[in-house]
Design a protein around this ligand. Sequence first.
Ligand code: IVH
Length: 692
Amino acid sequence: MNLSEEEPLQRLIWLRDRLHYHNHCYHQRDDPEIPDAEYDQLFAELLALEGQYPQWITPDSPSQRVGAAPVNRFAPVQHGVPMLSLDNLFREGDLREFDRRVREGLGHQEGIVYVAEPKLDGVAVSLLYRQGFLQRAATRGDGQVGEDVTAQLRTIAVIPQQLGGKGEIPGVLEVRGEVYMPLAGFEQWNEAARQRGEKPFANPRNAAAGSLRQLDAKITAERPLRFFCHGLGHWAEGAMPDNHDAILQQLQAWRLPVCDLWERVVGVEGCWDYYRRMEARREQLPYEIDGVVYKVNNRAERQRLGFVARSPRWAAAHKFPAQEVSTLLLGVDFQVGRSGVLTPVARLQPVQVGGVMVANATLHNFQELSRKDVRLGDTVMVRRAGDVIPEIVGVVQARRPPEAVAIALPQACPVCGALVVQMPGEVAARCAGGLACPAQRRERIKHFVSRRAMDIEGMGDKLVDLLVQTALVVDVADIFFLAEHRQQLCTLERLGEKSVDNLLLAIETAKQRHLGQFLFALGIREVGESIAQNLARHFRSLEQLLVADEEALEGVADVGPVVAAHIRQFFQESHNRAVIQRLMTIANTQWQRMPAAETPLENRPLAGKTVVLTGTLHTLTRQEAKARLEGLGAKVSGSVSQRTFFLVVGEEAGSKRQRGEALGIRLLTEADLLSLLDTGNVPADWEQNAVS
Ligand code: IVH
């Protein structure tokens, strides 16, 4: 070897060593130390070097193996057909190169038919069905030998224990796919873990892997796991279709879950188009995908293309921009929430995460910050997925500079200077300033107007900041008196007459929110949307709730002593009482009492009836009328037919009125409508008129 080759060889040995180490962290400890994107980079560098110096490829090189050898706590399973990995594509050019190789391999054919699928970010498993019964499930392991996780997989409800449905099932059928944890389940699980002061999962894939690798399957059963299949291992005593698209359809017909986002695409343009569409949809999906997979559709063509060491030549994974990347932690600020909870927020060296620039990320709470041992100057891993706020998932310990500084919990609230307290048994640290703290006041108002609460459109964070700063809004009741300050509103920065009118209209509309939404909007500790609904259904009116004692409160579904105490405290607090008293004086609101609507759907007065609105109404907007009619159980339709139960005719009603008259449909004036909405009484003789 000459001198100039020594350096690349050193690098190659180093890369192999690092990749072995990171494989071990990822596959055996379920605790990766570096982001996937960084792993992919090291791997790509290894492949490039080995391409240049093929004489240095060793059989144990990470490029020749899939994952890591199984941990020997579970029984080993030898895969009849190896479970391979996929080559990664990162750029459009890589995709074109992949397609070119496929075409070349198939004798310069044009317009290759591929099946494109999402690349699910989970754990690869193999399911073996004999005579249609699930007999054994295994992880991928090193591709040759995996782990027996039959007991664990049997706890996943969507995996059929027995295949059924249409089509003759081969006597032996090995199905391959991905076990994953949906994002909602992952977030919920992590939030609960944080509340218990336990270590949350770094990402949904780790969560799925960690949940499968539980020797006690009862633990696996508690985790929100799902499964999608995306192919076959081997099969015998029966036939399978020749094309992958038909195989997916067949698997689905046997009641195996198949992700319905797959498509048959033609040529490189079809692949590229699919990639871009999936990238745009990625954020809306209820589970995490880290790219798309292209697979040659036809089995005979696949056979002609064959395999390289660890992956097929007929398939490839086209990765999306990483959702987990590393960057420098520049500082940590503490934000004060509506109940005074201090949340540490990391200020980061701006970095692209999943295609979006990120400069701030949450550290959730101080306990987690300490547990992760995050220090100023550290390189941290940042994760961002869906509409969830970016978070710090860990520190890259290997890159900690000696001068990194530990972070202390502030003694005083950074906004109002009140004492910071930590209640025994509580994970959160809080500002003791209560509503004297401007941050708490502002955050309460933001919560009150937010979409899932009172849903006041146009009242975004910036406007709330402005309204609080100018003291136009001091507490949530002030919002409903803003119309008295129209002039002053119009002078506010960025608020023209038109937007003020829209805002005031949105506030009017918010008076229609029902009791459940209203109670949620108040922001009582531990009272989420579902408990707020339960309270509304149980007490049926604000007055009743205000006088309820803890015993009565504990009679409500999901309300235990702790929540009951929070509710009582909230309503006893003098400031809260004053605000609620004012809110109760506001006319024409829906939140004081439960509308008849909250009785079970089928018992509502207009259940099963279709009604139509036409013309202009004066006391209600169309949306309000529709919402309130729906509250009474009606379906509000846009067109008049024989099935229309009644037609509300506002001013200047036109052709719908004529059609209604012609069909003999009952016509209601606006006054009739209002009295119906107020009383919820549908006269019995109305039934005779319309065909229901
Ligand atoms: S096909 C030989 N399709 O990605 C081809 N794999 O690096 C076998 N994965 O471990 C894989 N979504 O578990 C295929 N739609 C999909 C996939 C998918 C996720 C995983 C798979 C494998 C890894 C390949």
